[in-house]
Ligand binder design. Structure first.
Ligand SMILES: [Ca+2]
Length: 286
């Protein structure tokens, strides 16, 4: 084969490969979204906010009719974490938004004074029951990255459920990790801390195209059950977790961290996060 023909043939192969990958991605995306929409038809919207008329009531609360607070706890004192709260803040943002002109901005700016910045919604069982569909939109800065040593560059963005008793176990949450320092390549996974305090990663997606510098949704369906629990999670329209027959309930009451800045204390670079358009749904009674 001549060099020219080989070049054409290689180009055709590359084009074919690119088209195949694109088509596979589109089919996957359409499947993910249609499954999500099928599921949504079984749920009723209990609460939605676009934060357009949100006001800050105090350092930990918004004008938000659902039971909530911002948790900035955890401070390092003599190598021991104690209650703190001076290293994080939230505000009503009016310069960027997913909907309208306002959203909520969150920042963890001093890891020695606050271990976390966590937007908590509580009494969820009372308000929504044990089958919920939750959606929120997030914005991470365009240069968002994780810092700290190898193996400890992880970040918790959202907690799907967490119980109060037994030292806040069990819980499941959405983690982002960054395998290489200074390289913006990310993995996403669902982390499960069980009632006996053991850990399990129940789904893991490597090389996830993490949206930075643009808004993206995270949606999840959770069925709480002592043995037959279900968790499905979509991030930026992609199904990243689909697990059933999992233990997702011990006690009735639980809370959700709808948006969270939480990472290892070795990462002492300030982190910011914006959240908008929160939807809380419960299973419709048929
Ligand atoms: Ca808004």
């Amino acid at each position: 084969m001549s060099k020219k023909k080989m070049l054409v043939s290689n180009k055709t192969l590359v084009k074919f490969a690119v088209v195949s990958v694109l088509l596979t991605s589109i089919v996957f995306l359409v499947q993910s979204i249609s499954e999500n929409e099928d599921l949504l038809s079984d749920f009723v919207l209990v609460y939605y906010t676009n934060f357009e008329d949100a006001e800050k009531v105090d350092d930990r609360h918004l004008s938000f009719p659902v039971g909530h607070y911002f948790n900035f706890d955890g401070r390092l004192e003599n190598n021991t974490w104690v209650r703190g709260g001076e290293g994080a803040r939230f505000w009503v943002e009016n310069s960027i938004a997913h909907s309208g002109s306002r959203c909520i901005g969150m920042e963890l700016f001093n890891i020695t004074k606050s271990l976390r910045n966590e937007f908590v919604i509580y009494d969820v069982h009372e308000q929504l029951g044990d089958e919920i569909f939750v959606s929120a939109w997030f914005y991470l800065p365009a240069d968002w990255m994780l810092y700290g040593p190898d193996g400890l560059r992880w970040y918790s963005l959202m907690v799907f459920f967490r119980e109060y008793d037994n030292n806040y176990l069990p819980y499941m949450c959405l983690h982002i990790s960054q395998p290489k320092i200074d390289v913006p390549e990310f993995s996403v996974y669902v982390f499960w801390r069980k009632i006996d305090n053991s850990k399990e990663v129940i789904s893991h997606v490597s090389n996830f195209s993490l949206p930075r510098g643009r808004w993206f949704p995270v949606q999840y369906y959770l069925k709480r059950d002592p043995t037959a629990g279900i968790l499905k999670v979509w991030m930026d329209g992609k199904l990243i977790c689909d697990k059933s027959a999992i233990e997702t309930k011990v006690q009735n009451e639980y809370y959700i961290s709808i948006a969270k800045i939480y990472h290892e204390p070795y990462d002492n670079v300030p982190h910011q996060l914006w959240v908008d358009d929160i939807e809380l749904r419960k299973r419709s009674e048929s």
